[in-house]
Design a protein around this ligand. Structure first.
Ligand SMILES: *Cc1c(COP(=O)(O)O)cnc(C)c1O
Length: 357
């Protein structure tokens, strides 16, 4: 049996390890950039009413028309800007790679970055060119420009705020990249809600800019919904590789409902941003750790050399789960990443961090 599998599965896939997903236990979960707050009970009741009315024997609206319209209205996306939805923004990244994967086509991204860019490029058989960031997580512009010149990438993936440090990369650097790149530049705005800024204002100016946003990190991770917006001509091509009915009925109805109740999310986002800033201030006082200022809902922690694994294990022992990035080499060696939780969770985390630093 195994021989048969090996005979048919692509060898580079066969030798690959699946995406590591943290175990869900009763731990305090600060590992996945989720919004820690549940919905108010009255909102949950209204939502359930809405779900009851959703026919589940029928296929969903293939174009998710009402949800598109609601998103355009709420996010202020003009009609002449193209827009498509994905089953999580990861599906949108996959669609872009699938459509652009001509033999020899290159995906270029700074390094380190969101891990799925590399994986989806790899699955699509595209060349992947990582360009190391500067030590302060800013873009190394001479290296970026040289790599663009050399590889003429079909797509450059950037993010804003930047994953994994939560910083905002320089606007003029991004514009220089969009100007220089013959292909597409995708700006991943997964943390748009807490960023307070967006590259959407450049869509009129650039034909090769695509903005991708997630709703996961603002509090709808369970729905699996993302949207991209940009030049309709590009979107039209990507739409051809989209799987039919990719946004299920329950997600369509729930996302529309959530957008109608967005005041609740806006309050939660404000609270998260305040909690992040206060967590950051407290963490900085613990002198065994260094952390990066963040515009997202997480903080990257750089413990003293060699202390990353120890700290991760010590927190895990007291049922606090954060993300250990320390298994990687380079800029993230020894690093940990903590998601901003509720006030109480953050206090428990800080206490444990203090005791183990
Ligand atoms: C978390 C994250 C995503 C994932 O978004 P989903 O919509 O949940 O698939 C995409 N891009 C970046 C940069 C992220 O940090």
């Amino acid at each position: 049996m195994l021989n048969t599998i090996e005979q048919f599965v692509r060898p580079e896939i066969h030798s690959f390890n699946a995406y590591p997903v943290g175990e869900t236990t009763n731990a305090i979960k600060l590992d996945n950039m989720e919004n820690p707050d549940a919905w108010d009970q009255s909102v949950v009741d209204d939502w359930r009413q809405r779900l009851k009315l959703t026919p589940i024997n029928r296929y969903p609206d293939a174009e998710a028309g009402p949800l598109h319209a609601k998103l355009r209205e709420v996010m202020g996306i003009p009609d002449n800007t193209g827009m498509k939805l994905g089953n999580g923004s990861v599906e949108l990244i996959q669609m872009v790679c699938m459509a652009l994967a001509k033999p020899g086509a290159t995906v270029l991204a700074p390094n380190p970055t969101f891990g799925m860019y590399k994986m989806l490029a790899f699955f699509a058989n595209m060349d992947y060119r990582p360009v190391d960031l500067n030590d302060d997580f800013s873009l190394n512009m001479p290296a970026m420009m040289q790599a663009i010149e050399e590889t003429q990438p079909a797509v450059v993936f950037l993010s804003y705020p930047y994953n994994p440090a939560g910083n905002l990369i320089e606007e003029r650097d991004v514009c220089q990249i969009i100007d220089a790149n013959p292909g597409l530049v995708v700006m991943g705005e997964a943390y748009f809600a807490s960023a307070g800024d967006s590259f959407a204002k450049y869509l009129d100016q650039y034909n090769n800019l695509m903005i991708m946003r997630a709703v996961s990190k603002m509090g709808l991770a369970g729905l699996r919904l993302g949207y991209m917006m940009g030049n309709p001509a590009w979107i039209n091509e990507f739409n051809k590789v989209r799987s039919p009915f990719n946004i299920n009925s329950l997600t369509q109805v729930s996302a529309e409902f959530a957008l109608e109740n967005r005041a609740m999310f806006e309050t939660q986002t404000d609270e998260t941003c305040q909690a992040r800033d206060s967590l950051y201030a407290s963490m900085k006082k613990i002198n065994a750790t260094q952390c990066c200022p963040s515009q997202a809902n997480f903080i990257l922690v750089k413990p003293k050399i060699g202390q990353g694994n120890h700290l991760f294990d010590a927190l895990k022992k007291v049922a606090i789960l954060i993300r250990n990035l320390g298994t990687t080499v380079g800029l993230l060696a020894n690093c940990l990443r903590v998601t901003v939780g509720t006030k109480q969770e953050n206090a428990v985390f800080l206490q444990a961090l203090q005791e183990n630093s």
